[in-house]
Write a protein that binds this ligand. Structure first.
Ligand SMILES: C[S@@+](CC[C@H](N)C(=O)[O-])C[C@H]1O[C@@H](n2cnc3c(N)ncnc32)[C@H](O)[C@@H]1O
Length: 260
C-alpha cells in the first residue's frame, strides 16, 4: 500500500471548517475560504446532486481523492434531508489515506450533523486495508473505498456503466498532473451512465482539454467562494444546457497537438 500522508497539517478555513495541507503536494485539500462551503457548491449544488437523490432510488457516485472524507459526510447529510428514502453507492479512491488520529481533529464548524458524524470517518480511517474496502454506512450508503492509486483502481475494479456523478477532486494539474490526463477522463467516462455529470473545482484549460479529448462535453460554471469558474462535464450535452459550453473540438485538437 502507498504510505499514509505524513505531517498533514490541519488548517482552519474561513467558514469555520477545517481542511488539511499536504506537504507532499504543497496544496490544501480545499479552498481556504471554506472547505464545507466549497464542497457543497462544487460537488453537490452545481451538478444537481440533491435532485439526482430525489430522482433515483440509488445514486451512484465516483470520487477521485477521498482525502478527509468530507464529500461522503455531505452526501449522508443530503440523503438524510431528502424526503425520499433514497440510497447511494459511493466509490472513492485514495492513495495516501489520512490516519484516524488526524481525523479526530477534523472540525466541521457550525454544522452539527457533520460534527456529530465525525466518528464515522475516524472509524473508517482506522479500519482501512490496501485495495477495496466495502463499508455500510447507516443503511444509506455503501462505500467502496479503494486504497491505492487511481490507475490501479481501474485495473482491479469493474463498474458496469452505472455511475451518475463524478466528483473529480484531485489536487490541481500543476502538482498532480497524472490525474488530469485524457486517459483518466476516459477511464471515468467508461464507468458512467450516458447522462452522468462530472464536476470539479478546477477551471484550467488543460484539464478541460483533457476532458474534451476523451469524449466529454464540457462547460464553465460559477466557481465557489471568490473563484471565477469551475468545470462541469457530461457525455450528454443536454445535461449542460444551463451552462456555457467550451469549444470541445478546438480544445481536443490542442490537447492532441500537445499544446499543454
Ligand atoms: C484535493 S484532495 C481530496 C479532497 C477530498 N475529496 C476531501 O474532501 O477531503 C486530493 C486527494 O487525492 C489523493 N491522491 C493524489 N494522487 C492520487 C492518486 N494517484 N491516486 C489516488 N489518490 C490520489 C491525495 O492523497 C488527496 O487525498
Amino acid at each position: 500500500m502507498a504510505p499514509s500522508q505524513e505531517h498533514l497539517k490541519i488548517t482552519p478555513t474561513k467558514d469555520g471548517s477545517t481542511t488539511l495541507y499536504s506537504p507532499q503536494f504543497k496544496q490544501h485539500y480545499h479552498n481556504p475560504n471554506g472547505a464545507v462551503a466549497e464542497s457543497r457548491h462544487v460537488f453537490f449544488e452545481t451538478p444537481g446532486v440533491p435532485d439526482a437523490i430525489l430522482r433515483n432510488e440509488t445514486t451512484v457516485i465516483f470520487e477521485t481523492g477521498f482525502g478527509t472524507g468530507l464529500n461522503l459526510l455531505l452526501l449522508l447529510e443530503y440523503l438524510n434531508q431528502s424526503s425520499q428514502k433514497s440510497k447511494a453507492v459511493y466509490y472513492s479512491v485514495e492513495a495516501f489515506p489520512v490516519d484516524a488520529t488526524t481525523a479526530m481533529h477534523f472540525d466541521f464548524g457550525d454544522n452539527p450533523f457533520l460534527n456529530h458524524n465525525k466518528m464515522l470517518l475516524v472509524d473508517i480511517f482506522g479500519s482501512l486495508k490496501p485495495g477495496l474496502n466495502a463499508i455500510e454506512i447507516s443503511g444509506q450508503i455503501t462505500l467502496h473505498l479503494f486504497i491505492g492509486y487511481f490507475d490501479q483502481f481501474f485495473k482491479q475494479v469493474f463498474i458496469n456503466k452505472r455511475v451518475d456523478c463524478i466528483f473529480h477532486d484531485a489536487f490541481s494539474p500543476e502538482v498532480n498532473a497524472d490525474l488530469w490526463t485524457a486517459d483518466v477522463f476516459r477511464n471515468l467516462a467508461n464507468v458512467c451512465k450516458n447522462d452522468a455529470v462530472l464536476s470539479t473545482y478546477c477551471a484550467a484549460t488543460s484539464a478541460r482539454a483533457a476532458m474534451a479529448a476523451s469524449g466529454w462535453f464540457v462547460a464553465r460554471a460559477k466557481g465557489a467562494l471568490g473563484k471565477r469558474e469551475m468545470t462541469i462535464a457530461s457525455l450528454n450535452p443536454e445535461k449542460l444546457a444551463a451552462f456555457k459550453r467550451v469549444d470541445e473540438s478546438r480544445l481536443a485538437e490542442r490537447y492532441i497537438n500537445r499544446e499543454f
